[in-house]
Design a protein. Structure first.
Length: 152
């Protein structure tokens, strides 16, 4: 489990699930070079070697999607926008949302494309089905509907 804290100390820690608190030795992620920013980890890569997350400015606004490599202890910034990044099972693509749109970014080429634009509403918290064939998300509008997109 990774726990991120939005503090001036730029803290994000890895904890072992199922281990008593008194037996924990939290592992800190490397600090960002700009100490006024923080990294909020959001999703483990399928191989367990990387974390997808988002960078925050000191005012709490989002500064983009990035990947933290646990072995090299380095950050690789993929976009300068977006939130809620989730790994696909291929360990290469990452799903994320930004201002009413859903995108996919390739973590190697850093190329992204829009998957679903939604007008007159706010998309949030996208998710992937276990087989990666369906994308689901919250949609805030005057009504309360649930939307499902089948990925082909």
């Amino acid at each position: 489990m990774v726990y991120s804290i939005h503090t001036p100390k730029n803290a994000a820690y890895i904890f072992r699930v199922g281990q008593a608190w008194t037996e924990q030795t939290p592992v800190a992620l490397a600090a960002l070079s700009d100490t006024s920013q923080t990294f909020e980890s959001w999703s483990w890569s399928p191989d367990g070697k990387r974390l997808a997350g988002l960078r925050h400015f000191s005012d709490g606004s989002h500064a983009g999607i990035g990947v933290y490599d646990l072995e090299s202890k380095r950050y690789d910034w993929l976009t300068n926008f977006g939130e809620w990044p989730l790994w696909f099972e291929d360990g290469r693509r990452i799903l994320f949302a930004d201002h009413g749109k859903i995108f996919i970014v390739d973590s190697e080429s850093k190329k992204y494309h829009e998957v679903l634009p939604v007008a007159d509403g706010d998309i949030g918290s996208p998710g992937l089905s276990r087989d990666n064939r369906f994308i689901y998300f919250t949609f805030v509008a005057a009504e309360a509907d649930i939307w499902l997109l089948e990925w082909r």
